[in-house]
Design a protein around this ligand. Structure first.
Ligand SMILES: [Zn+2]
Length: 272
């Protein structure tokens, strides 16, 4: 048994979440025996933790009520516009919001109806280029290849030894090589819903989705969308130019295949 990252590995006690559980991923999981415990731990500490602690991702998780791995809500600053109000930490859930018990003055003003509104800021996406995002995409891309090639397994040594994936593996796991460029853009909002009557009769939200793109030049790209932001990275070489060309030739559409699925507005979800 060998790990797809270090190609060695002795301990294989854990499954590997391709996208962190703290971003709501329960579906895309590699079984035990694919990523060793040392690599799993390395990514958790050196890549996923810095990613999840970026203001954009904290804010995204708070606003969308995405619980952490331990099922905890993430607090973030909200503003109570009142002379005695101000910015305080709040935990948002499906029922409303929770404040720290120390914020007695604001809690009293809310009870008395003297504060009637709350402002939740929207922090914009992480600015390109970002080395943590790039390493996260490299790790995710390699794991998605493994996931779609083998699923539950068995994983062959041929895959692990595939040379054209070696630079991406070295970059993801050890940070070796030049910065690996990626493409980032928003393709739908966090509130947009989708509809596919083959799956269910009511609209649904998409937390994340994934696909591969092969261009005319046979360049293979990993395409991942997290809460409406599309992230694209090439598998075998640190370049993104052929993706820009592909976008130009395809009127800027997303490579994510939709099939019978189509987008519906947020309001139509409420009507259901
Ligand atoms: Zn390993």
């Amino acid at each position: 048994m060998a790990c797809i990252f270090c190609r060695k590995g002795t301990g294989f006690k854990t499954v590997e979440h391709i996208i962190p559980e703290s971003l709501g991923n329960v579906d895309h999981v590699l079984p035990k025996g694919v990523v060793c415990d040392a690599c799993n731990n390395y990514f958790a500490v050196k890549v996923e933790k810095p990613l999840l602690e970026m203001p954009y991702f904290i804010n995204l998780r708070q606003r969308n009520v995405i619980r952490s791995k331990k099922r905890r809500l993430v607090p973030d600053k909200v503003l109570f516009p009142h002379p005695k109000g101000g910015w305080v930490d709040a935990w948002i859930d499906e029922q409303g919001f929770i404040l720290r018990s120390e914020d007695t003055e604001i809690i009293e003003l809310l009870k008395e109806g003297k504060i009637k509104s709350m402002m939740i800021p929207t922090i914009p996406e992480v600015i390109y280029p970002n080395p943590v995002v790039s390493r996260f995409l490299a790790k995710t891309a390699l794991e998605m290849v493994a996931y779609y090639t083998f699923g539950e397994g068995p994983y062959t040594d041929d895959f692990i030894d595939q040379n054209n994936l070696h630079p991406l593996r070295e970059y993801a796991r050890y940070g070796i090589g030049p910065f690996w460029p990626y493409h980032q853009r928003r393709i739908y909002t966090e509130d947009d819903c989708f509809m596919n009557t083959d799956i269910q009769p009511t609209p649904y939200e998409i937390l994340h989705e994934f696909d591969f793109l092969m261009t005319d030049l046979e360049h293979v790209y990993s395409v991942m969308v997290i809460m409406g932001v599309e992230y694209v990275i090439r598998l075998s070489s640190p370049e993104i130019d052929s993706y820009h060309q592909w976008l130009g030739a395809n009127e800027g559409r997303s490579p994510i295949r939709r099939g019978k699925e189509y987008m519906v507005s947020k309001d139509s979800k409420k009507d259901q």
